[in-house]
Write a protein that binds this ligand. Structure first.
Ligand code: ZN
Length: 410
């Protein structure tokens, strides 16, 4: 099927670069005034000035979508989510608003281990329905590619089940067995990591259930030496590497991730000058998650400006999860990136599309509107892209197209 999206007041192609965008190039959106996109069999054939695209032989026969003077851009790539987590944690939220800390919430039966209990006791069908509902919300808000981590099962069966569901739902699955130490290994984090490396990770690898392996390296989570053991084993088994690092404390995780050639290191709220430099001179993408800082009511946002100015590749993601960032809306993440981290609207858009795709190793087929790439695009109810973060908390998406098909709202 051939589709022509026409009459875009602003078409953002994000075209023209092989790797992730860095430095001043992060704000280059490939903006075309009065643009059009021609799509065939789920892929972009051409994206550019209407006069050129509409003159192509296929354009006359194509089914038309009239953007009516709106902004057309690539779909968001949400490269860091904990998509499958059974249920929200509303009691934790209320307790935190009343001033309770992490330990008090855990003592009251909440926190991350309460999600582990819920996910372990949920049926596969329930988890799949929850994941599907969240994905539907993401699509409505313009996200066309979603990464989904395990890490709320922790035992072998539930981790495998979570990853299978993530794959079935079309997400990019990441194995996060090293999210938190489960109760059956309480006080024995090192032994837990050993068990993951020996028993679980090889099964995830042999069944090809995840593309990446991820570890939460922080105080109260896993140590730097745990992270080294876990990631070296993951590398040996052929996983791409990711790491949650520098969220609440600086343990050296970012430098380790860079040393091991991780595809991304995520969070970075407490990254300092050394981390910024290490990232700038590496291929590792710095994935920033301002939604978690916002929802936890904290003030310590990651050093986006320092990272961009040093030349690091910066991506933005929701960190969608029930404890610290219960949002499916990348547009809100753009608003936080601009207002709280001083990114420009253009930088935030590139970080949430093409650089997010590179954080998942799919920059060659998603994240921009270029010939041959997947036709994942949005029509937004705005006439200038800067309105997307400016009108915060508003869903501007009129239409989401994935692989050339308009996703129906139901
Ligand atoms: Zn996370």
């Amino acid at each position: 099927m051939t589709v022509l999206v026409r009459n875009a007041r602003q078409l953002l192609t994000l075209a023209g670069e092989h790797g992730p965008r860095r430095g001043s190039r992060l704000s280059e959106l490939g903006l075309v005034e009065n643009g059009a996109v021609l799509v065939r069999e789920g892929r972009v054939v051409a994206a550019g000035p209407a006069a050129e695209v509409e003159a192509l032989p296929d354009a006359g026969r194509a089914e038309g979508i009239d953007a009516r003077g709106a902004v057309v851009m690539p779909g968001f790539v949400d490269s860091h989510t904990h998509l499958i987590h059974a249920r929200p944690r509303l009691a934790d939220y209320e307790m935190r608003l009343e001033g309770a800390n992490y330990a008090e919430i855990a003592r009251a039966g909440g926190g991350i281990l309460s999600t582990v209990r819920m996910v372990r006791s949920a049926t596969g069908e329930q988890l799949e329905q929850q994941g599907k509902a969240a994905l539907r919300t993401m699509h409505r808000h313009g996200t066309t590619t979603v990464e989904a981590k395990s890490g709320y099962g922790l035992d072998l069966d539930t981790e495998l089940r979570t990853l299978e569901i993530a794959g079935r739902l079309g997400a990019v699955p990441t194995y996060l067995g090293a999210h938190v130490t489960p109760p059956e290994f309480a006080g024995r984090a090192g032994e837990y990591i050993e068990w993951l490396c020996r028993e679980v990770m090889p099964q995830v690898a042999s069944r090809a259930l995840a593309r990446f392996a991820d570890i939460y390296c922080d105080e109260g989570a896993f140590s730097l030496s745990d992270a080294r053991d876990y990631l070296l084993r993951a590398k040996e088994l052929g996983f791409g590497l990711k790491m949650h690092a520098d969220q609440f404390s600086r343990l050296g995780g970012t430098k380790l991730a860079v040393e091991l050639g991780a595809i991304s290191v995520d969070h970075l709220e407490h990254a300092g000058a050394e981390e910024v430099q290490a990232l700038a001179s590496s291929t590792t993408v710095a994935t920033l998650l301002p939604g978690a800082v916002f929802h936890l009511g904290l003030r310590c946002y990651p050093p986006a400006r320092a990272l961009i100015e040093a030349g690091a590749a910066v991506a933005l993601a929701t960190d969608f999860n029930p404890g610290s960032s219960p949002t499916c809306n990348m547009q809100m993440i753009l608003s936080l990136a601009c207002t709280e981290m001083r990114m420009s609207p253009a930088e935030a858009i590139a970080a949430a599309t093409i650089n997010g795709a590179h954080a998942l190793g799919i920059g060659g087929r998603a994240g921009s509107l270029e010939p041959g790439k997947s036709a994942d695009l949005l029509v937004l109810e705005v006439s200038d892209y800067r309105e997307i973060p400016y009108h915060f908390g508003v869903n501007h998406v009129r239409l989401t197209m994935k692989q050339g098909a308009v996703i129906p709202w139901d």
